[in-house]
Write a protein that binds this ligand. Structure first.
Ligand code: NAD
Ligand code: UFG
Length: 334
């Protein structure tokens, strides 16, 4: 299958590209490099022995997308491209709505013109909002997002649902990711955020690498076993493999389906931190600070549907996630 990966040089897209190529598919990437480096193409080639076709372009750009679809016969699209920082989305909401919604509309219009009817979309656990009880199930109502970023995901899910209602021969899978962490075992690709990381694992890794002085744990007074928040961390390579299963699923059916990609387990901030310290034999100084605005005490998946319909479940452990995140930092800083 010839698959277009929008945002395919980013963290999740690059790992998915590796799994796609390893599974014998062809990959075309469209990425504007607003949060990625062109060198990731070389790393993908080093890992797989194959180089994806690459377009440096914005998915909002109709002419550029027309060119991608004219020059390649695209069988299916995985739509990763988007801005993803929750805090930033509260400061510059219009940029988030413009980028995330516009890119999706341009993509769907271009797919329609070219008769491409298979889409896998990167949604997020954030669509469950603050009111649903954990573990989150796909049939729970998703009516209240907690940030402009979260709203873009909820709105895009709705846009895709409406499009599928009007086009019953279209097939879309909405993958709701929980907390992807870790890196490819080669250490060549991984999560490499610009500036000070917002997310826990890259922050821990930078403290361990002495690029940051200490971690602040945002609150230890939650109603959880150790007082810190619970999240469903999953290894990015497991997540990437989930996309291959989703492509197969989309090929077998029509309609739209939302599916959680998570482990089904809640792991606390302190558990993740202490596992990182233990498996890597490193020091990670930390202090307990106040709660971060908008954080939920618990966020983890009911992961049964993915196993039932995609025949996918996570294989890697929290130890693997911590080891591979650190390996990426060590290899990358050389
Ligand atoms: P990332 O920032 O590493 O990757 C996104 C890629 O999209 C980047 O390479 C960026 O350059 C590109 N991009 C952004 N806007 C674009 C545009 N208009 N045109 C072309 N390229 C564009 O992020 P990621 O962690 O790999 O996330 C991929 C997707 O998964 C995003 O949609 C994100 O919202 C979603 N998601 C991520 C997480 C997470 O924790 N990482 C969780 C849930 C959902
Ligand atoms: N945390 C700290 N210190 C830090 C960073 C994070 O204690 O320096 C804590 C947070 O308070 C939270 C946990 O670590 O309890 C995880 O935080 P992350 O920022 O890594 O992840 P979130 O669960 O907050 O956010 C993720 C994705 C978002 C998505 C959100 C909701 O990054 O894209 O899940 O699904 F919107």
């Amino acid at each position: 299958m010839n698959v277009l990966l929008t945002g395919g040089l980013g963290y999740i897209g690059s790992h998915t590209c590796v799994e796609l190529l390893n599974a014998g598919h062809q990959a075309v990437i469209a990425d504007n490099l607003c949060n990625a480096y062109g060198s990731v193409l070389d790393y993908i080639e080093q890992i797989t022995g194959k180089r994806p076709i690459f377009y440096e372009c914005d998915v909002q750009d109709r002419d550029a997308m027309e060119r991608v679809f004219t020059e390649n016969k695209i069988d299916a699209v995985i739509h990763f491209a988007g801005l993803k920082a929750v805090g930033e989305s509260c400061r510059i909401p219009l940029a988030y709505y413009r980028n995330n919604l516009d890119s999706t509309l341009t993509l769907l219009e271009t797919m329609e013109r070219h008769g491409c009817k298979r889409l896998v979309f990167s949604s997020s656990a954030t669509v469950y909002g603050p009111d649903n009880p954990v573990p989150y199930r796909e049939d729970m109502p998703c009516h209240v997002a907690t940030s402009p970023y979260g709203w873009t995901k909820a709105m895009i899910e709705q846009i895709i649902r409406d499009y599928v209602s009007a086009n019953p021969d279209f097939s879309a899978v909405l993958l709701r990711y929980f907390n992807p962490v870790g890196a490819h075992e080669s250490g060549l690709i991984g999560d490499d955020p610009n500036g000070v990381p917002n997310n826990l694992m890259p922050y821990i890794a930078r403290v361990a690498g002495r690029q940051l002085e200490k971690l602040t744990v945002f609150g230890d007074d939650y109603d959880t076993p150790d007082g810190t928040c619970l999240r469903d961390y999953l290894h990015v390579v497991d997540l990437a493999k989930g996309h291959i299963c989703a492509l197969d699923y989309a090929a077998e059916r029509t309609g739209v389906d939302a599916i959680n990609l998570g482990t089904g387990n809640g792991v606390s901030v302190l558990e993740l931190l202490h596992t990182f310290i233990r498996v890597n034999g490193v020091d990670v100084p930390y202090v307990i600070g106040g709660r971060r605005d908008g954080d939920l005490a618990r966020c983890y998946a009911n992961a049964e549907k993915a196993e039932r319909v995609l025949h996918w479940k996570t294989e890697k452990t929290v130890e693997d996630m911590c080891r591979d995140s650190w390996n990426f930092i060590v290899k990358h800083s050389k």
